[in-house]
Design a protein around this ligand. Structure first.
Ligand code: BEZ
Length: 212
């Protein structure tokens, strides 16, 4: 199934390391990062899940729940978590789906046959509290993810949902943002951006991040 930004994230129920997860119910009123890893007991995946575990406070600060998935069984995940905790000096406490029947992997188009017939690639879905897919990222098995980029995108989504702004190239929270070109009324601009703005071109106007 091919998914696009703006689609409702497909619902499912699948077993996990914390018991069955009924996805939409589990999301509740929160944001979610759903990410796949190709296989248990592999080096890159071990570092990724360890990194995610160490960053739980950063996820929580943004009201984001974390859900991992791979096609290995739950029992194997549970055993492997002991290795992750030991080698990465952390504690994995977010759920990992045991997607042996590939229900979730296929639903979310995480198996790319030209990469591997049975294992998932490294997919990332950022899903908002309305269950809408807001970001899709895809990495090859040989490249571990940069979680800083995932936080950067979440920060941008959460900011631009509240204000008529967009975030420029290489933006990080705290940097100036761009004002939506749709907003042209001078009085409205002054009201919405009391910190002022710089007009570089009529379509390129920079303003301090409203939440900073
Ligand atoms: C890894 O996580 O190290 C890995 C998994 C599948 C293919 C290549 C690397």
């Amino acid at each position: 199934m091919s998914l696009h930004l703006g689609d409702i994230a497909p619902d499912f129920t699948q077993d996990s390391t914390i018991g069955p997860v009924a996805f939409h119910k589990w999301i509740g009123p929160h944001w979610v990062v759903l990410f796949s890893h190709p296989a248990d007991y592999t080096p890159v995946c071990t570092t990724e899940l360890g990194s995610a575990a160490k960053l739980m406070e950063e996820f929580k600060r943004r009201d984001v729940k974390v859900l991992a998935v791979s096609v290995d069984p739950v029992d194997t995940h549970k055993d492997w978590i002991k290795d992750i905790d030991e080698t990465q000096k952390t504690h994995v406490d977010f759920p990992i789906l045991g997607d042996q029947d590939r229900k979730v992997s296929l639903l979310y188009d995480m198996i790319h046959p030209k990469q591997n017939d049975t294992l998932t690639v490294r997919s990332v879905f950022i899903i908002d509290p309305k269950k809408v897919i807001r970001t899709i990222l895809t990495y090859p098995a040989s490249t571990g993810r940069e979680f800083g980029e995932i936080f950067r995108v979440i920060d941008s989504l959460q900011l631009t949902d509240k204000y008529q702004v967009a975030t420029p190239a290489n933006w990080h929270s705290g940097d100036d943002v761009v004002i939506s070109p749709a907003l042209q009324d001078k009085a409205a601009l002054a009201a919405k951006f009391p910190k002022g703005y710089r007009e570089i071109k009529p379509y390129l106007r920079m303003t301090p991040q409203p939440t900073h």
